[in-house]
Design a protein around this ligand. Structure first.
Ligand code: ADP
Length: 664
């Protein structure tokens, strides 16, 4: 091997004697405790995490050196060396990457900078079992070393700094760490793990190679280990494997996405995903393509199987890494994916972008726009494919009879439902964000409905079940499924057996503004405007309603007068069967659900009074006529309508007083 420098043997004596002790940030201490107490059943991931950090450090150097080649100094090779020492019971992972200055070591290995990690920490319940499940879905990076080590020594020097500005960082993983300046000849970082008693199994070349093969084969850097050979024992001692001082590359050392699809196993795709995302769960689906056209690039995109902690942060960067001609450029290249697909992870490797491309430049590049459009279409097709093979859809979609179910198809069953539970609400943002794909997004939507509590009804399913003469897709938005289901506005629909979609996601109300029709059929909220069942209502019903409205006119006028501060209008309705009254939003107004949300968020609510609709057939309403308590009854009617849809009377005490007065 040409690169003979033994990176991890740089224990220069500490002449400066400038040790400082620092405390870990509270969150780090908490994370460390959790790591050591809950990940011991999956110890081996430490190697993946540390090699992945080493690889990132090399990527960063390569990138910085684009502008300043002198950073390479006299070591042009980027590589990782993994070695172990049986006597000392240590494993060392050494890289020739960017390295860390003393301050960087203090900052990066003692605090948590990433917002994702902080969000994660805030979700912890303190319940050991629940927390360890959470952490299983979460990358712990450098700190995973403490799963197998009771002490970690990091030695590092940042590229470009002189040899006497190296740093040694030592910690036992609880409470604090020590930092001192050291002399270090080589650039880069070496991490030495002092293994716990129960982790001695890793002091074995075969075992380490096997793990590198499993977790890090796709890393584009060479990973080297020392060659061993068998040495016969002397004087009746047993023989053993000993190091030869010669290093060999033990991984494929070509970036996974650059290899032909047919040479990559599912297992390898999954391991690559885990390595770039630090997610321990396999993805739901992936797609790997070389795209040639107006711009040339390789695309490897994954759909995770669960939402990250910070999914709701719309500012969160997308999870797609950008490479240009195999050189790593940046993480989280948001310009490569629309915001509503921010959950997608993966790699884009462009053949056409300049190496010195910046985030600002990305926003304006025509190539990037083409790549983003290509990525969007690809993700939507992946979702369509999952949806097509989901069981519910296979049963419900007409003309899509699957007669031959392959193993592959089987494996996809249930995946779309899982995807939708995790990411459906984010996908809906696409209705307002990506008009060009609005139709495809609409087809991917799923809802609960009056015939299905499970969120599996597609708009196409709904249309296929529409009643003869039904002219709209009916829906209702509410805070919870129970509130939606029991809403008085649904009564007449239930009576007539008309399905209504029940929408309970916070984004529904907003998203539905952008979805006014599906496949030629208008979307109609059952809580907005006058209910017009059109052809679903027969002549007799229409006549009866008109007559009721006529005889009820004087009472209606009195109601309007009594409630003039509360409502815009009072009218007779046919939408109620069992309830006396309900609140209806005027066409174009915002629903009471959205109004409540805005109010909670402290946002101004556009002033528009609702309409009160009353059911003239209801005994309580009939009682109004000639009652001496007319005013109280009118207010009770209105307040109860508010309560029924999950709202609160403006003056709850007054409501109670009125009801009590009547009860007595
Ligand atoms: P992450 O890698 O996800 O950011 P880690 O906890 O694994 O989180 O690492 C924290 C930080 O420490 C990294 O972001 C990086 O700045 C620094 N670091 C870790 N390992 C190395 C290394 N081998 N070389 C240089 N810097 C490193």
């Amino acid at each position: 091997m040409a690169h003979a420098a033994r990176l991890h043997e740089s224990h220069q004596m500490d002449k400066m004697n400038n040790k400082q002790t620092h405390s870990f940030q509270a969150e780090v201490a908490q994370l460390l405790h959790l790591v050591t107490h809950s990940l011991y059943s999956n110890k081996e991931i430490f190697l993946r995490e540390l090699i992945s950090n080493a690889s990132d450090a090399c990527d960063k150097l390569r990138f910085e050196a684009l502008n300043d080649p002198s950073l390479y100094g006299d070591q042009p090779d980027l590589q990782v060396r993994v070695s172990f020492d049986k006597q000392a019971r240590t494993i060392t992972i050494a890289d020739t990457g960017i390295g860390m200055s003393e301050q960087e070591a203090i900052d990066h290995l003692g605090t948590i900078a990433k917002s994702g990690t902080r969000d994660f920490m805030s979700k912890l319940s303190g319940d050991q079992k629940a927390d360890s499940q959470l952490i299983g879905q979460f990358g712990v990076g450098f700190y995973s070393g403490f799963i197998v080590a009771d002490k970690i020594t990091v030695e590092s020097r940042r590229a470009g700094l002189p040899a006497n500005e190296g740093v040694r960082w030592v910690s036992g993983g609880s409470g604090d760490f020590e930092v001192e300046q050291i002399e270090r000849a080589e650039r880069g970082t070496s991490i030495t793990l002092h293994l716990r008693d129960d982790a001695q199994e890793f002091l074995n070349a075969w075992k380490l190679k096997q793990l590198i093969n499993k977790y890090s084969d796709h890393i584009s850097l060479p990973i080297l280990m020392e060659k061993e050979e068998w040495k016969e024992g002397e004087n009746d001692q047993p023989g053993e494997m000993v190091a030869t001082g010669e290093w060999e590359v033990v991984n494929q050392a070509s970036a996974l996405w650059t290899r032909p699809k047919k040479d990559i196993t599912d297992e390898q795709y999954i391991e690559f995903y885990k390595a770039i995302t630090h997610d321990n769960e396999a993805p739901l689906s992936w797609s790997h393509n070389r795209v040639e056209g107006n711009t040339e690039y390789t695309q490897l995109l994954y759909i995770p199987s669960h939402a990250p902690m910070d999914l709701w942060n719309r500012d969160k960067k997308a999870g797609v890494k950008l490479y240009v001609k195999r050189v790593f450029i940046m993480d989280d290249a948001e310009a490569l994916m629309p915001t509503y697909l921010r959950f997608v992870k993966g790699v884009i490797d462009s053949a056409d972008l300049p190496l010195n491309v910046s985030r600002e430049l990305l926003q304006e590049s025509r190539d990037v726009r083409l790549i983003r459009d290509g990525n969007t279409r690809r993700v939507l097709s992946m979702l369509e494919d999952l949806a097509k093979h989901d069981k519910h859809d296979a049963m419900a979609t007409e003309g899509d009879v699957v007669d031959v179910v392959s193993e592959d198809d089987k494996a996809k069953e249930g995946k779309y439902t899982k995807f939708y539970t995790e990411f459906g609400a984010v996908l809906k943002e696409g209705l307002g964000e990506d008009f060009s794909n609005g139709e495809r997004i609409a087809k991917l939507l799923r809802f609960a409905s009056t015939t299905s509590d499970a969120v599996v009804v597609s708009l196409a399913d709904y249309k296929a079940r529409m009643k003869e003469g039904q002219e709209a897709i009916y829906y209702i938005t509410a805070d919870t499924l129970a509130a939606a289901k029991n809403s008085p506005q649904l009564e007449v629909f239930k009576k007539k057996g008309i399905e209504v979609l029940l929408m309970t996601d916070r984004v529904d109300e907003w998203a539905l503004n952008y979805l006014t029709e599906f496949d030629g059929t208008p979307m109609q909220s059952v809580a907005k405007g006058a209910v017009d069942l059109g052809k679903l209502q027969d002549e007799e019903e229409k006549k009866a309603a008109q007559e009721a409205a006529e005889t009820f006119k004087p009472t209606l006028a009195k109601l309007k007068e009594a409630l003039k501060n509360e409502v815009e209008d009072v009218r007779v309705t046919t939408r109620l069967v069992d309830s006396p009254a309900c609140i209806v939003v005027q066409d174009g107004g915002i629903s009471s659900q959205l109004a409540r949300m805005l109010k909670q968020a402290g946002q101004p609510i556009p002033q528009s009074k609702p309409v009160l609709e009353v059911n003239p057939e209801h005994p309580l309403v009939k009682k109004l006529e000639g009652s001496v308590h007319f005013n109280d009854l009118a207010h009770i009617l209105f307040d109860q309508a508010l309560l029924a849809e999950g709202g609160l009377p403006e003056d709850p005490a007054a409501y109670v007083r009125r009801v009590n007065a009547l009860l007595v």
